[in-house]
Design a protein around this ligand. Structure first.
Ligand code: C2E
Ligand code: CA
Ligand code: CA
Length: 722
């Protein structure tokens, strides 16, 4: 039997039509497989559906390069490169369990390229067609092979033509183009390779592809490169078409490259085509952009985003650490705003830059420093073993920031001193996530501010508790009045004989869940939020009504002394509110006193003087008391200008009686009051000793637990009846 498409007859690879007729011949003849094999001119392998080679003809043996019997009983799948197995498997139906044999025979009868190793392992290319063969009910397969003949192959010459066009094209582009064969040898290089790699095309052609990469890079990527040879034109999604790798040039060392891959599927060999760009410049730009995105322009410290990345990284690395291994420091400069306001923004900027420098000079290389904007700095200490190190670092920071800053402005040298408030969270004790540790460090920092600035505070749970309480207070205050949680107490004020002359109204808040909250705890937040205005108004109205009623019932002329905060004083409708309350209660003006603290008045003395003068003008007879006198620094100049009538000596001086230096203070306050013709109240009198204290002998009025605590209206009635 003679195959119709032996080369001697047709000089061409068989067409599909030829192959079908060959199958027809095989089918119709019912000839045994051995006969077919021995008569075929083409090399033919006979395999079963598992790929085992049952037999082959001598042509196959010779062409494939094996000795007699060498191929028999081998499995074809263990011989050929793995990438080719699907081509065969899909053509021998029992390898595809879903399909019944013979189902798709027709479709699968196309020719494909097969790489087959000779006995030395050298791969050669063959064109291949597979035919099923039925003998005694069993299906086996004939693999019909041809050596591709490209000199007469139309497709091949077209490819050749395309290739030279392609080569001409590659000469015009600035990227390096290399073509690499399956053994990773460069078979073509364009002249731009010289620019990218420093090698001429002659130097590259025939050289190993590996020479374009540092050794370890090539070995890491070799498998990845291999995939490109078999990447299908139909786009294999699993293979990226671009790679960024480090390359190596002849004399410029290592630089980042971007390689785009394509492959040619020429019949005799597979090649990859690599278009290679040096992306050093782009990488540099990317780095610059990234730097800008993660750094503060002014100080060149990291910004908040970088901090977020770093701290997440820190937690990842130290996930299993339970002992102290780091610390987060929040820094807020004290007095920065004044520098900005008095010397201008430029000086402010310089101060921030020098602060950054000072911090950087102080911290270790492994510590990260960030600026969150404004005068907030953050330090992440990533290696730490004892808390005493934290104390030491904080003390050093306080020291370096305290050193004077010098500025030139308008040819003048300015010396500026600032401080810094630091809050510390220890890691991981004070949190194992970003949100918690920043909140804790921030809270500790606020604590430092609150306790007088220029110091450091290490976070403790107690701070959270305080913050939580503050929150509860802020929330509760909004509804306290409406829910009738507030009430007034009155503390008697007595003369030297112990007779009651008036009362001070003192507010109380009975919080629904927290119980009784001291005014020292809720008045400051109420002042901060402005809620002191409705609260103060409520106090004013109720105290006036109460005292008016009390005096009526008891037939007395007691006065009520009401605490007024500056925020109230500064409210635009203060005078109006007071006027209305006085009118409504019909209280006698000599029965009304307002207490203002010295520190409050001194915050904006001119404004206080203006309002108080107007108040006295509107309501002649109403008396003004300076509360907590001696506690703040009081300027005599203002004191003489304020329309005050009475001063109240702060109870801290009374408390420490008979401390010697208090004697001097009390004596001078009393002398001052006398010289200005002001009345004096001593508050906080708890003992007989305090009452009889000689420097207080000129003090007309007293107030304190010795006489009475603050009591309810009802209790006050009983007190008066005694
Ligand atoms: P303050 O005006 O100095 O009031 C005197 C405080 O001293 C009161 O505390 C009073 O109970 C307490 N006190 C009186 N005698 C003695 C004593 O012998 N020994 C001791 N240790 N303490 C004594 P309270 O009622 O807790 O008020 C605290 C502060 O809250 C007041 O200090 C005042 O500044 C403010 N405050 C109270 N009620 C009002 C109010 O209605 N409006 C405003 N704006 N502030 C108020
Ligand atoms: Ca008071
Ligand atoms: Ca007081």
């Amino acid at each position: 039997m003679q195959s119709k498409h032996s080369k001697s007859e047709t000089q061409k690879p068989p067409s599909i039509k030829d192959k079908i007729s060959l199958k027809a011949v095989i089918d119709s003849m019912g000839v045994p497989a051995d006969i077919i094999l021995s008569n075929a001119v083409d090399p033919i392998l006979h395999i079963n559906c598992n790929g085992e080679i049952l037999n082959c003809n001598s042509t196959a043996r010779v062409i494939l390069g094996y000795d007699e019997g060498e191929l028999k009983n081998c499995n074809i799948f263990s011989l050929i490169p793995e990438e080719y197995t699907p081509f065969i498997k899909e053509r021998i139906p029992c390898c595809n369990e879903d399909e019944t044999p013979g189902d798709k025979e027709q479709e699968k009868e196309d020719m494909f390229l097969l790489r087959f190793p000779d006995s030395k392992g050298i791969l050669n290319s063959y064109e291949c067609v597979i035919f099923p063969f039925c003998e005694d009910e069993a299906t086996s397969f004939f693999l019909n092979l041809w050596i591709p003949d490209h000199s007469r192959n139309e497709l091949s010459s077209k490819l050749q033509e395309a290739r030279s066009n392609y080569e001409a094209l590659t000469e015009t582009i600035t990227e390096a183009v290399v073509m690499v064969d399956e053994s990773f040898n460069i078979i073509y290089a364009n002249s731009s390779c010289k620019r990218v790699f420093g090698y001429t095309r002659e130097e590259l052609t025939g050289s190993p592809f590996a020479m374009l990469f540092p050794r370890e890079v090539f070995s890491r990527y070799a498998d990845e490169f291999k995939k490109y040879f078999y990447m299908d034109a139909q786009d294999d999604q699993s293979v990226r078409k671009e790679l960024e790798v480090l390359g190596r040039s002849k004399n410029r060392g290592v630089s980042p490259l971007e390689i785009s891959f394509g492959n040619s599927r020429e019949l005799e060999q597979r090649t990859i085509i690599c278009i290679i760009r040096d992306i050093t410049q782009r990488k540099k730009q990317e780095r610059q952009l990234r730097y800008l995105a993660y750094h503060d322009k002014l100080t060149e410290l990291g910004n908040r985003d970088l901090f977020h990345t770093d701290i997440e990284e820190f937690f990842k690395i130290n996930k299993s650490h339970e002992e102290l291994c780091g610390a987060l420091l929040f820094l807020d400069l004290d007095g920065f705003k004044q520098v900005n306001d008095t010397l201008g923004h430029q000086a402010g900027d310089l101060l921030l830059i020098s602060t950054a420098k000072r911090l950087r000079g102080l911290m270790r290389e492994s510590d990260m420093i960030y600026r969150f904007g404004g005068d907030e700095f953050v330090i992440l200490i990533t290696r730490l073993s004892s808390q005493s190190d934290v104390d030491l670092i904080c003390r050093k920071i306080l020291q370096v920031i305290q050193r004077s800053y010098n500025f030139e402005k308008n040819n003048q040298n300015h010396k500026v001193n600032i401080g810094v408030s630091i809050g510390v969270a220890l890691l991981p004790a004070h949190g194992t996530d970003r949100e918690t540790v920043t909140r804790h460090a921030d809270l500790a920092m606020y604590k430092s501010k609150e306790s007088g600035k220029n110091r450091y505070t290490i976070f403790s749970e107690e701070l959270t508790l305080k913050a939580k309480n503050k929150w509860l207070i802020d929330q509760g205050l909004k509804t306290a009045l409406v829910n009738q949680e507030m009430y007034l107490l009155y503390q008697p004020i007595v003369n030297r004989d112990g007779d009651i002359t008036g009362v001070e109204a003192l507010i109380r808040w009975n919080h629904p869940t927290q119980g009784l909250i001291s005014p020292d705890d809720f008045i400051p937040p109420a002042e901060e939020s402005g809620l002191i205005n409705p609260i103060g108004r409520w106090v004013l109205e109720h105290a006036l009504m109460d005292i008016k009623e009390l005096n009526r019932i008891m037939n007395r002329q007691l006065y009520v002394s009401i605490n007024i905060s500056t925020r109230q004083l500064n409210a635009p409708d203060f005078l109006e509110i007071v006027g209305r309350a006085i009118k409504r209660s019909k209280i006698k003006l000599e029965n009304l006193r307002f207490e203002l603290t010295e520190t409050f008045i001194m915050q904006s003395p001119e404004q206080a003087i203006r309002v108080l003068e107007q108040l006295k003008k509107n309501h002649p007879g109403l008396k003004l008391v300076i509360d907590d006198f001696g506690k703040g620094y009081s300027s005599l100049q203002y004191l003489s200008r304020l329309p005050v009538d009475v001063i109240k000596i702060d109870r801290s001086f009374i408390k420490e009686i008979p401390a010697e230096n208090n004697r001097k203070v009390i004596t001078s306050i009393v002398n001052l009051a006398n010289s200005l013709n002001l009345g004096i109240v001593a508050e906080g009198i708890e003992t007989e000793e305090q009452r009889e204290y000689p420097p207080l002998k000129d003090c007309q009025y007293m107030q304190g637990y010795l006489f009475s605590k603050a009591i309810t209206y009802k209790e006050l009635l009983q007190y008066l009846n005694r």
